[in-house]
Design a binder for this molecule. Structure first.
Ligand code: DGL
Length: 283
Protein backbone atom coordinates (compact mmCIF):
# COMPACT_ATOMS: atom_id res chain seq x y z
CA UNK A 1 0.00 0.00 0.00
CA UNK A 2 1.28 3.47 -0.83
CA UNK A 3 2.55 5.33 2.25
CA UNK A 4 0.51 8.36 3.22
CA UNK A 5 2.44 11.57 3.87
CA UNK A 6 1.58 12.66 7.43
CA UNK A 7 3.83 15.71 7.18
CA UNK A 8 2.74 19.24 7.99
CA UNK A 9 0.98 21.69 5.70
CA UNK A 10 3.40 24.43 4.64
CA UNK A 11 2.15 28.02 4.49
CA UNK A 12 4.13 31.07 3.40
CA UNK A 13 3.82 34.81 2.95
CA UNK A 14 6.09 37.84 2.95
CA UNK A 15 5.23 38.63 6.57
CA UNK A 16 2.35 38.73 9.03
CA UNK A 17 -0.45 38.74 6.40
CA UNK A 18 -0.64 34.98 5.88
CA UNK A 19 -1.31 34.49 9.59
CA UNK A 20 -4.94 35.39 8.88
CA UNK A 21 -5.04 32.44 6.45
CA UNK A 22 -3.13 30.18 8.84
CA UNK A 23 -5.71 30.83 11.56
CA UNK A 24 -8.54 29.83 9.22
CA UNK A 25 -6.64 26.70 8.12
CA UNK A 26 -6.11 25.64 11.75
CA UNK A 27 -9.82 26.16 12.45
CA UNK A 28 -10.82 24.01 9.48
CA UNK A 29 -8.23 21.27 10.11
CA UNK A 30 -7.23 21.46 13.79
CA UNK A 31 -5.49 18.07 13.81
CA UNK A 32 -3.05 19.00 11.06
CA UNK A 33 0.40 20.38 11.84
CA UNK A 34 1.50 23.55 10.08
CA UNK A 35 4.83 25.18 9.26
CA UNK A 36 4.54 28.90 8.57
CA UNK A 37 7.25 30.91 6.80
CA UNK A 38 7.18 34.67 7.06
CA UNK A 39 9.73 36.22 4.69
CA UNK A 40 9.98 39.60 6.38
CA UNK A 41 13.51 40.41 5.21
CA UNK A 42 12.29 40.35 1.61
CA UNK A 43 8.95 42.12 2.20
CA UNK A 44 7.09 43.79 0.68
CA UNK A 45 6.74 41.38 -2.24
CA UNK A 46 4.32 43.80 -3.89
CA UNK A 47 7.15 46.18 -4.72
CA UNK A 48 9.49 43.51 -6.18
CA UNK A 49 9.84 42.12 -9.70
CA UNK A 50 7.99 38.83 -10.36
CA UNK A 51 11.25 36.94 -10.83
CA UNK A 52 12.48 38.03 -7.40
CA UNK A 53 9.26 36.86 -5.76
CA UNK A 54 9.55 33.54 -7.62
CA UNK A 55 13.12 33.08 -6.33
CA UNK A 56 11.99 33.64 -2.75
CA UNK A 57 9.07 31.27 -3.23
CA UNK A 58 11.41 28.58 -4.59
CA UNK A 59 13.55 28.90 -1.49
CA UNK A 60 10.51 28.48 0.78
CA UNK A 61 9.43 25.44 -1.21
CA UNK A 62 12.87 23.83 -0.79
CA UNK A 63 12.63 24.29 2.97
CA UNK A 64 9.05 23.03 3.16
CA UNK A 65 9.86 20.03 0.98
CA UNK A 66 12.66 19.11 3.41
CA UNK A 67 10.11 19.18 6.22
CA UNK A 68 8.03 16.69 4.17
CA UNK A 69 5.15 19.11 3.69
CA UNK A 70 2.16 17.24 2.26
CA UNK A 71 0.76 20.43 0.72
CA UNK A 72 1.73 24.09 0.53
CA UNK A 73 -0.57 27.09 0.77
CA UNK A 74 0.75 30.30 -0.75
CA UNK A 75 -0.94 32.64 1.73
CA UNK A 76 -0.11 35.62 -0.43
CA UNK A 77 -1.92 36.97 -3.49
CA UNK A 78 1.27 38.56 -4.81
CA UNK A 79 3.38 35.40 -4.63
CA UNK A 80 0.53 33.39 -6.16
CA UNK A 81 0.44 35.73 -9.18
CA UNK A 82 4.21 35.65 -9.58
CA UNK A 83 5.06 32.06 -8.71
CA UNK A 84 2.18 29.55 -8.48
CA UNK A 85 2.37 28.31 -12.08
CA UNK A 86 6.12 27.69 -11.92
CA UNK A 87 5.90 26.03 -8.50
CA UNK A 88 3.12 23.69 -9.62
CA UNK A 89 5.20 22.66 -12.62
CA UNK A 90 8.12 21.77 -10.34
CA UNK A 91 6.43 20.00 -7.40
CA UNK A 92 4.00 17.12 -7.42
CA UNK A 93 2.28 17.77 -4.09
CA UNK A 94 -0.71 20.16 -3.92
CA UNK A 95 0.11 23.86 -4.04
CA UNK A 96 -2.84 26.10 -3.23
CA UNK A 97 -2.74 29.76 -4.16
CA UNK A 98 -4.87 32.84 -3.55
CA UNK A 99 -6.50 35.36 -5.80
CA UNK A 100 -8.58 38.49 -5.12
CA UNK A 101 -12.18 37.38 -4.41
CA UNK A 102 -13.58 39.23 -7.43
CA UNK A 103 -16.18 36.60 -8.36
CA UNK A 104 -18.03 36.51 -5.01
CA UNK A 105 -17.81 40.29 -4.73
CA UNK A 106 -19.36 40.95 -8.12
CA UNK A 107 -22.05 38.33 -7.54
CA UNK A 108 -23.16 40.01 -4.33
CA UNK A 109 -22.89 43.59 -5.60
CA UNK A 110 -26.17 45.37 -6.43
CA UNK A 111 -24.53 48.27 -8.26
CA UNK A 112 -22.11 46.05 -10.18
CA UNK A 113 -19.22 48.31 -9.13
CA UNK A 114 -16.49 47.04 -6.82
CA UNK A 115 -13.09 48.17 -5.60
CA UNK A 116 -10.15 45.77 -5.62
CA UNK A 117 -7.40 46.69 -3.16
CA UNK A 118 -4.16 44.75 -3.64
CA UNK A 119 -0.41 45.19 -4.01
CA UNK A 120 1.03 46.90 -7.08
CA UNK A 121 2.46 43.62 -8.35
CA UNK A 122 -0.80 41.65 -7.99
CA UNK A 123 -2.70 44.29 -9.98
CA UNK A 124 0.04 44.50 -12.62
CA UNK A 125 0.37 40.75 -13.15
CA UNK A 126 -1.15 38.88 -16.09
CA UNK A 127 -3.18 36.68 -13.73
CA UNK A 128 -5.32 39.60 -12.54
CA UNK A 129 -5.81 41.03 -16.04
CA UNK A 130 -6.89 37.57 -17.23
CA UNK A 131 -9.40 37.26 -14.37
CA UNK A 132 -10.96 40.65 -15.16
CA UNK A 133 -11.05 39.92 -18.87
CA UNK A 134 -12.51 36.44 -18.46
CA UNK A 135 -15.37 37.86 -16.42
CA UNK A 136 -15.70 40.88 -18.72
CA UNK A 137 -15.43 43.26 -15.77
CA UNK A 138 -13.28 46.04 -17.24
CA UNK A 139 -15.98 48.62 -16.51
CA UNK A 140 -17.01 47.29 -13.11
CA UNK A 141 -13.75 47.40 -11.22
CA UNK A 142 -11.86 50.24 -9.61
CA UNK A 143 -8.35 49.11 -8.63
CA UNK A 144 -6.41 50.45 -5.68
CA UNK A 145 -2.73 49.53 -5.43
CA UNK A 146 -2.02 50.19 -1.74
CA UNK A 147 1.64 51.19 -1.92
CA UNK A 148 3.15 51.50 1.55
CA UNK A 149 0.34 49.78 3.46
CA UNK A 150 2.08 46.42 3.96
CA UNK A 151 5.21 48.16 5.29
CA UNK A 152 3.10 50.04 7.84
CA UNK A 153 1.30 46.89 9.00
CA UNK A 154 4.66 45.12 9.33
CA UNK A 155 6.30 47.98 11.20
CA UNK A 156 3.57 49.34 13.47
CA UNK A 157 1.20 46.35 13.69
CA UNK A 158 -2.34 45.84 12.40
CA UNK A 159 -4.06 47.85 15.11
CA UNK A 160 -1.89 50.96 14.94
CA UNK A 161 -3.12 54.48 14.27
CA UNK A 162 -0.56 54.64 11.42
CA UNK A 163 -2.65 52.02 9.59
CA UNK A 164 -5.83 54.09 9.97
CA UNK A 165 -4.04 57.19 8.69
CA UNK A 166 -2.59 55.37 5.68
CA UNK A 167 -5.98 53.89 4.75
CA UNK A 168 -7.60 57.34 4.82
CA UNK A 169 -4.79 58.66 2.61
CA UNK A 170 -5.18 55.82 0.11
CA UNK A 171 -8.97 56.18 -0.12
CA UNK A 172 -9.07 60.00 -0.27
CA UNK A 173 -8.45 60.37 -4.05
CA UNK A 174 -11.28 57.92 -4.80
CA UNK A 175 -14.02 59.92 -3.04
CA UNK A 176 -16.95 59.71 -3.56
CA UNK A 177 -16.47 55.98 -3.59
CA UNK A 178 -19.21 54.70 -5.87
CA UNK A 179 -18.85 51.02 -5.09
CA UNK A 180 -20.80 48.72 -2.79
CA UNK A 181 -18.17 46.01 -2.43
CA UNK A 182 -14.47 46.01 -1.61
CA UNK A 183 -12.12 43.09 -2.24
CA UNK A 184 -9.13 42.77 0.09
CA UNK A 185 -6.73 41.22 -2.42
CA UNK A 186 -3.76 40.96 -0.06
CA UNK A 187 -3.63 38.83 3.06
CA UNK A 188 -2.10 41.69 5.07
CA UNK A 189 -5.26 43.73 4.46
CA UNK A 190 -7.36 40.95 6.00
CA UNK A 191 -5.55 41.50 9.29
CA UNK A 192 -6.88 45.08 9.29
CA UNK A 193 -10.46 44.31 8.22
CA UNK A 194 -11.90 46.38 11.07
CA UNK A 195 -9.95 49.46 9.97
CA UNK A 196 -11.23 49.01 6.41
CA UNK A 197 -14.76 48.76 7.77
CA UNK A 198 -14.29 52.01 9.66
CA UNK A 199 -12.76 53.80 6.66
CA UNK A 200 -15.45 52.72 4.15
CA UNK A 201 -19.03 54.01 3.84
CA UNK A 202 -21.50 52.08 5.99
CA UNK A 203 -22.98 49.05 4.28
CA UNK A 204 -19.97 48.43 2.02
CA UNK A 205 -19.46 44.67 1.74
CA UNK A 206 -15.91 43.48 2.36
CA UNK A 207 -14.62 40.31 0.70
CA UNK A 208 -11.43 38.31 1.01
CA UNK A 209 -10.08 35.08 -0.43
CA UNK A 210 -9.39 33.26 2.85
CA UNK A 211 -12.48 31.06 2.97
CA UNK A 212 -12.14 29.99 -0.65
CA UNK A 213 -8.48 29.13 -0.09
CA UNK A 214 -9.24 27.03 2.97
CA UNK A 215 -11.97 25.10 1.10
CA UNK A 216 -9.65 24.53 -1.83
CA UNK A 217 -6.87 23.34 0.51
CA UNK A 218 -9.16 20.77 2.14
CA UNK A 219 -10.39 19.60 -1.25
CA UNK A 220 -6.85 19.19 -2.60
CA UNK A 221 -5.61 17.39 0.50
CA UNK A 222 -8.52 14.94 0.42
CA UNK A 223 -7.96 14.28 -3.28
CA UNK A 224 -4.18 13.88 -3.06
CA UNK A 225 -3.19 12.69 0.40
CA UNK A 226 -5.26 12.46 3.55
CA UNK A 227 -6.54 14.54 6.45
CA UNK A 228 -4.71 13.63 9.69
CA UNK A 229 -6.72 11.47 12.08
CA UNK A 230 -4.89 12.36 15.29
CA UNK A 231 -6.70 12.60 18.64
CA UNK A 232 -5.25 15.94 19.61
CA UNK A 233 -4.60 19.26 17.90
CA UNK A 234 -1.59 19.51 15.59
CA UNK A 235 1.47 21.65 16.21
CA UNK A 236 2.20 24.99 14.54
CA UNK A 237 5.80 26.01 13.84
CA UNK A 238 6.45 29.63 13.02
CA UNK A 239 9.58 30.80 11.19
CA UNK A 240 10.69 34.23 10.06
CA UNK A 241 13.51 35.00 7.64
CA UNK A 242 14.74 37.81 9.91
CA UNK A 243 15.38 35.18 12.65
CA UNK A 244 14.30 37.95 15.00
CA UNK A 245 12.91 36.80 18.36
CA UNK A 246 10.61 39.79 18.70
CA UNK A 247 9.05 39.20 15.28
CA UNK A 248 8.54 35.51 16.05
CA UNK A 249 6.87 36.39 19.34
CA UNK A 250 4.70 38.99 17.56
CA UNK A 251 3.65 36.38 14.95
CA UNK A 252 2.60 34.04 17.76
CA UNK A 253 0.56 36.79 19.40
CA UNK A 254 -1.09 37.68 16.09
CA UNK A 255 -2.03 34.05 15.51
CA UNK A 256 -3.45 33.66 19.02
CA UNK A 257 -5.30 36.92 18.60
CA UNK A 258 -6.85 35.89 15.26
CA UNK A 259 -7.97 32.58 16.79
CA UNK A 260 -9.44 34.38 19.80
CA UNK A 261 -11.35 36.86 17.57
CA UNK A 262 -12.76 34.07 15.40
CA UNK A 263 -13.62 31.97 18.49
CA UNK A 264 -13.69 28.61 16.67
CA UNK A 265 -10.75 26.83 18.31
CA UNK A 266 -9.11 27.65 21.60
CA UNK A 267 -5.60 28.98 21.15
CA UNK A 268 -4.69 27.66 24.64
CA UNK A 269 -4.82 24.09 23.34
CA UNK A 270 -2.53 24.85 20.43
CA UNK A 271 1.18 24.10 20.63
CA UNK A 272 3.03 26.93 18.90
CA UNK A 273 6.74 26.53 18.34
CA UNK A 274 8.98 29.45 17.34
CA UNK A 275 11.64 28.03 15.07
CA UNK A 276 14.89 29.43 13.62
CA UNK A 277 16.13 28.28 10.22
CA UNK A 278 19.17 29.88 8.60
CA UNK A 279 18.26 28.56 5.17
CA UNK A 280 15.46 31.10 5.10
CA UNK A 281 17.84 33.99 4.42
CA UNK A 282 19.41 32.40 1.35
CA UNK A 283 17.32 33.61 -1.60
N1 DGL B 1 0.44 39.44 1.87
C1 DGL B 1 0.82 39.51 0.53
C2 DGL B 1 -0.35 39.42 -0.43
O1 DGL B 1 -1.32 38.77 -0.12
C3 DGL B 1 1.94 40.38 0.05
C4 DGL B 1 2.27 41.64 0.71
C5 DGL B 1 3.60 42.20 0.25
O2 DGL B 1 4.60 41.66 0.69
O3 DGL B 1 3.60 43.15 -0.54
O4 DGL B 1 -0.32 39.95 -1.50
Amino acid sequence: MEEVNQGPIGVFDSGYGGISVLANLIEAMPKESFVYISDSINAPYGELESQEVLNHALNHMRILEKQSAKAVVIACNTATSAAATALRAKYSFPIIGMEPAVKPAITKSSSGKILVAATGLTLKERKFAALVKKMDLQHNIVTLPCHGLVEIIEEYGPESKEVTKKLDELLAPLQPLNVDGVVLGCTHYVLIKNQWKAALPEGTRIHDGNEGTVKQTMRMIMENTTITKAHSMGKVSLMDSSQDDERLEKSKQLLQNQLRINGIVSSDQLEIELRKNNELCKS
